[in-house]
Design a binder for this molecule. Sequence first.
Ligand code: FAD
Length: 385
Amino acid sequence: MLGGSSVNRRAYDIVIVGAGIVGAACAAECAQEGMLVAVVEAACVGGGATGAGMGHILVVDDSEALFALTYYSRSLWDQLAEELPPECEFQRYGTIWIASEDEDMELLKRKEQFYRARGVAVQILDERALAEAEPNLRKGLRGGLLVVADSVVYPPCAAQFLLERAQARGAKIFFGQPALQCEAQGVRLRDGSLIPADVIVIATGTWASELVPALPIRKRKGHLAITERYPDFVRHQLVEVGYTKSTHAHEADAVAFNVQPRPTGQVLIGSSRQYTTDDSHVDHKTLARMLQRACTYLPRLAELMIIRTWTGFRATTPDNLPLIGPIPGHERLYLATGHEGLGITTSLGTAKLLTAHLLKRSPPISLEPYLPARMENPVWLSASR
Ligand SMILES: Cc1cc2nc3c(=O)[nH]c(=O)nc-3n(C[C@H](O)[C@H](O)[C@H](O)COP(=O)(O)OP(=O)(O)OC[C@H]3O[C@@H](n4cnc5c(N)ncnc54)[C@H](O)[C@@H]3O)c2cc1C
């Protein structure tokens, strides 16, 4: 814990603000590369969206840029899987995208072609194969697309693991105080002390605009519910194929069927998206809509006991792509935020891209689509001191 009078006089190569999964992944990667790393966390590991998220690690076809980042990141999770301790609950369950109507089958086929053309292992399931794969789904669904290598993880433990990995490589973690300001010499904390550093990375998720006002980040609320233990009730992450309509709807509130088996036997039920509120309380109307939607796909879900419901906020950007890289005109001030509903998946890829840029190496995939420089808003660029 950073004490009130503590002033750290040694300059770090890099100070990362925020110990969610993105900050933790960046810390682990930078420390692995031999940088002297400090992490500043106002609360606790996973206290933000990381503790609220579903932990579905998936490849998406929303855009080429999101595909590239999710596909690359998923491969990094696969490489890391062997090293993750049991409490991270990493499982290769696969995702089944579900078509309930004929028109959804078109979406499903487009998805299949998109993935196949890019080397992603997928399998079309007809009505019968879908029912065999997931007996609790309602009868009469048209079919599904199984994305074989998608997985799940328990996000707060994964963030903790990454942070410990950073610490083992020499990183210093400062808990309990928010960073108030980014300055030329480093990060100023609430008690007035300075963490001196050459480079600052803002990985504070939805809070990023507190350090860089007018940053184009909006909060998007989501609800989740988890049941008692019902082993084998579902076997894959099940998502309605129209799900991405809700992730791209920038104004409307939306719910979609998105259910995950947990290794404990519990069933994790999502998901909702709301721009219209800052209130973190569970909104029972939205929760009810979300659960009703889920029951239309899994009718027996109505018989299961829900033991906890909660909410979290996703950090969204106007073009649905994260902000990774330096702020133009402030080459020592980096952003790693705006990951919306994919930050667990893309945390590892974000860390690799950020590190490659810092070390002036060629990136493993193009960084161009995620650079903050793509945004046209000079106001937020001049906001940091
Ligand atoms: C309901 C829901 C479901 C989701 N499901 C999935 C999913 O299935 N798969 C997936 O890939 N993603 C999912 N996500 C998205 C994912 O959870 C986020 O994208 C990810 O957790 C973002 O991580 P982060 O580290 O950027 O932010 P956060 O986890 O929010 O961490 C930011 C940290 O910064 C700290 N902080 C803030 N301000 C300061 C300051 N001034 N000084 C110091 N510290 C500060 C906070 O305390 C916090 O710990 C979901 C999100 C939600 C809400």
